[in-house]
Design a protein around this ligand. Structure first.
Ligand code: PEP
Length: 274
């Protein structure tokens, strides 16, 4: 059995108001209770719920108050570039401390809708790490029909530009890795389209990034149209795991049943299903 940890992140985006996010978190926790040992999630499976910024505190409070043994955690969907101070409307990394241990940075929707460049994403990585948050860096190609080698080259280039920007913002690649950096490979053509990439493509990207960064153990997740029915394929089995370290799930995480099925597949691949 592999000891590599599997991480599953639910990205709820801006789909639900906080009251419905709390209800969904409760439904997910209840739905998972039967699949978990009494002590909660085993240490080789990590599950983070990423509600909207307004939903972070109520969802985190619910999990702490009513499901303290579930080990379910929350993550932020984004973080501001600014430090705490007179910056109206911003959400600096320091404000998430004690609420969310991790933050998604560079999601393709932020890049598309807010013009976030590698410079901005690198700066946000640096801010997250400075505050003690573990960043989940989204990288992805917009090459629906490319060969794997071209995709790997594209994503590697994106990662090099982002790490260089983080370095300029005062955070070296070594520091990012030490802070618990996780990469989420999210091809733009797969997100929300019902057309996921293949495991082969995602594993090719993971291998390319690990070799470029010289980090065999770099955690790489896949995200893009993952659903309950196909979840198991992304993990393999407890004796023949894929080289991926988990999933970032959008649409399917808005259904407690579908998301819980994905988590159960992870538990089973980790060899921890009850
Ligand atoms: C996402 O946007 O991060 C994502 C993975 O979405 P979906 O699962 O809906 O494709």
């Amino acid at each position: 059995m592999s000891s590599r940890q599997i991480t599953i992140i639910a990205n709820w985006k801006a789909n639900l108001p906080p009251s419905e996010e709390v209800a969904l978190a409760k439904e997910i926790a209840e739905s998972l209770l039967g699949a978990l040992p009494k002590s909660g999630l085993p240490s080789d499976v990590r599950v983070l719920l990423a509600p909207s910024t307004l939903g972070l505190v109520p969802v985190a409070s619910l999990l702490r108050r009513e499901y303290p043994h579930s080990a379910l955690e929350v993550a932020a969907q984004d973080v501001s570039l600014s430090i705490p101070g007179a910056f109206t409307g911003e959400a600096p990394a320091e404000h998430f401390v004690g609420i969310a241990p991790a933050v998604i940075v560079g999601h393709s929707e932020r890049r598309r809708d807010h013009g976030e460049t590698a410079e901005v994403v690198g700066g946000k990585l640096a801010r997250a790490v400075a505050a003690g948050l573990a960043p989940v860096l989204c990288l992805g190609d917009d090459l629906p029909r490319a060969e794997i080698a071209s995709r790997v080259a594209y994503v590697e280039e994106q990662s090099v530009a982002t790490f260089a920007a983080a370095e300029r913002a005062g955070c070296s690649a070594a520091r990012l890795l030490a802070a618990g950096l996780v990469i989420a490979y999210e091809p733009v053509w797969a997100i929300g389209t019902g057309n996921p990439a293949s495991v082969e493509i995602a594993e090719g990207i993971a291998a390319g990034l690990r070799s470029a960064l010289n980090r065999e153990e770099l955690p790489v997740l896949y995200g893009g149209s993952v659903d309950a029915a196909s979840a198991a394929a992304w993990f393999g089995t407890s004796t023949a795991r894929t080289s991926l370290d988990g999933l970032l799930v959008g649409g399917a995480s808005l259904s407690a049943d579908r998301f819980a099925t994905i988590v159960r597949a992870a538990l089973s691949a980790a060899g921890s299903a009850q």
